[in-house]
Every structure is written in C-alpha cells, then in structure tokens.
Design a protein around this ligand. Structure first.
Ligand code: ADP
Ligand code: MG
Length: 345
C-alpha cells in the first residue's frame, strides 16, 4: 500500500465536482451571484471544452486573496462548521476553483471597487502560476477556463458533441437554474465558435420580471397562462412563492423548477404530489409548468448532503409538501372558470 500523491488525490476529487463543462458553469455562476453580480455573461467555444469564460460585475477578489483563491478548501464564505446552519451563499466548500484548476488552465482577472486597477493571475493544480499582475479591467471578475480535461484524456474523449455540451450549459445556466429565479439580473450566453451558429443563444434583460422571463425562456404559450402563488405559512415559517400554469395550459413534460432558500433542488415527493394534483385539471397526458421558490428557516435545511449540492434534506417534509400542494390548488381554483372544461370525469 502506498499513499497517493496529493496532486493525484486532488485530480480524482476534481473529477467528482466537475463532471462536464455545465458543472463548471454552475459553480462559477453561483460564485458570481455570491459576489452580488447583476450582469453575468458566459462565452463558450466548443461547448466550453476549449474555452469557457464567465464575466460578472460583482465585488471582485482582493489582490491579497489571489494567491490562495484556487487552493482546496479556501473560502470567504464559511468560517466555522456551525455557520453551515445559516449559510446564505451558494458556495461554502471552497472546492470549485480548486477543482477546475486541476483539470483545466484557469485565469482570473478581477478588480474590487477600492482598487485602482484590475489584477490578473493564472493557476495550475491549485497553485499560482507566475505572478499576480496589474492590468486594465472593470470592477468585477472574469474567469477563463481553457482546455477543460486536457489532462484527463478518457474524460475528454467521452464528450462526443460540443453542441450537446453547449445545450447543457444553456439549460443549467439560463433556462433552468438561474435566469428565471434571478429575474431582474441579466444573463447572457454567447457562442464564440467560428460557424453559423455563433452568437447570443440566451439572454434575459436587467430589470425583467418573472412573467416576462417565463415567456422568454419557456415559450409564450406558457408565459401567458401562469398564475402567481404567494403565501406565508406561519406554523412552518414557510414562504411559498412562484408561478404555475393554469388549466388552460398543458405541456408534454412536467417542467418543475423548485428552489429552496434559493438553491435549485430535487424533491420527488413534492413533484409527484403536484403532478397528480394537476391530473384532475388537465387533459389526459398533459402536464403543467411549475416554478416554486420556498423559503424556510436555514436551520431546517441540510444543504451539505452532496458535493454538487443538488440534493437537500429538510425537516417536516410531509407537512411542507401538503402546505405547498394546498396553495397551488387554491391558486388553480381561484383563477379560472374555464377549468371545468378540462375536468376529467
Ligand atoms: P466557495 O464558493 O465554496 O467559497 P470557490 O472555489 O467556488 O469556493 O471560490 C473560492 C473563493 O473565491 C470564494 O469564496 C470567493 O471568495 C472567491 N470567488 C470566486 N469566484 C468569484 C467571483 N466571481 N467574484 C468574487 N469572488 C469570487
Ligand atoms: Mg463557489
């Protein structure tokens, strides 16, 4: 038995956090949002495998932090284990940039509002490569990731189609995860390849509303049939907000976007409950669009279930699900008399 070299350990761990370009984008957009950004632009070449660049107008990184920013488990967001109970940022593990630097060439250009110029540095295997150099730049951060998985040939070969990766990024970044929930902020996805499909593939505007963005991102047939859900359950200290389609709109696949304390999460129990609720209102084979944002006391929620942070556990799941279902049904009943038209017997 031999102890693995630290670089090997890190590269293995990096493969878990960053499985494909879309994971890297997710992590980095979360960093942009954690930094208070309102404009986020993602530019891609070859579906992010060749180039992946994310620019934001957030608070930037201080020059003195640039040396350690890509080391594993360095974060500005968490200090004690107990802080996890009340964590309000997406990040807290300090792993994303470290992981990316183990499987790609990473360059950061950043400027804080107190700094007269921007600073630029490159990283390799968590470590600074060369010096931190002053450069021109706006307040905010630009992260450039080049040749993702250049040192993991088997992983790299597994990606057959750049356009599939591009689509995954479009889904993760703008359609599903961020652009809708963060309505009002601007998101742009730009394809930089030198071919006919180059150009902006998704864009939401600064100051746009949820309803506008539902139309932009999911189609006007969905956008014009949504109704608002807005309720506070004092017993559960649960805020329920969102938009759901009424009985006039029926789509082929259930589009369910659930955010709990601003994280996109899976909750199979709630999904099933809502789908079966809609069965009474929609024609056979039809499904709704449901976007819900739940807010509950942070200490009812365990976000540290998995490194990708996709899954969460929360207390009182049964009662929470019941309460949400009731509100969606109330919204459906209150909005529309034509629902009887579709009611199944
Ligand atoms: P985490 O988000 O878990 O803290 P990351 O590896 O994603 O870990 O990022 C490490 C640190 O780098 C963050 O804590 C933050 O201080 C800084 N950082 C990363 N991206 C940005 C950004 N876009 N704007 C400002 N700071 C950033
Ligand atoms: Mg992060």
């Amino acid at each position: 038995i031999k102890r693995l070299d630290e670089t090997v350990v890190n590269r293995i761990a990096a493969g878990e956090v960053i499985q494909r370009p879309a994971n890297a984008v997710k992590e980095m957009i979360e960093n942009c949002l954690d930094a208070g950004s309102t404009c986020i632009t993602v530019s891609l070449k070859s579906g992010g495998l060749k180039l992946l660049q994310i620019s934001d107008n957030g608070h930037g990184i201080r020059k003195e932090d640039m040396e350690i920013v890509c080391e594993r488990f360095t974060t500005s967001k968490l200090k004690e284990f107990d802080d996890l109970k009340s964590i309000a940022t997406f990040g807290f593990r300090g792993e994303a940039l470290a992981s990316i630097s183990h499987v790609a060439h990473l360059t950061i250009t950043t400027r804080t509002k107190d700094s007269k110029c921007a600073y630029k540095a490159s990283y390799l295997d968590s470590k600074l490569k060369g010096a931190v150099r002053p450069t021109a730049g706006n307040i905010g951060t630009q992260i450039t990731v080049e040749d993702l998985f250049y040192n993991v040939p088997t992983r790299r070969k597994a990606f057959k189609s750049a356009s599939e990766e591009h689509q995954k990024i479009a889904d993760v970044m703008t359609r599903f995860v961020y652009a809708l929930h963060n309505s009002g902020k601007s998101f742009t996805l730009r394809k930089m390849d030198q071919d006919v499909s180059a150009g902006v593939s998704v864009r939401t505007q600064l100051g746009s509303t949820h309803v506008t963005n539902i139309g932009t991102l999911f189609g006007s047939n969905v956008g014009k049939e949504v109704i608002q859900v807005d309720h506070f359950d004092p017993q559960l200290h649960l805020k329920i907000n969102g938009y759901v389609t009424n009985a006039n709109c029926s789509i082929k696949r259930f589009l369910f976007l659930l955010f709990i304390n601003n994280r996109l999460v899976e909750c199979t129990v709630l999904k099933k409950a809502l789908d079966s609720l809609y069965q009474t209102y929609l024609p056979k084979g039809g499904h709704p669009f449901v976007y819900l944002s739940l807010e509950m006391p942070a200490n009812n929620l365990d976000v540290n279930v998995h490194p990708t942070k996709h899954e969460v556990h929360f207390l009182h799941e049964g009662t929470v699900v019941e309460s949400v279902e009731k509100q969606v049904e109330a919204a459906l009943l209150s909005c529309d008399s034509s629902r009887t038209f579709y009611m199944q017997v």
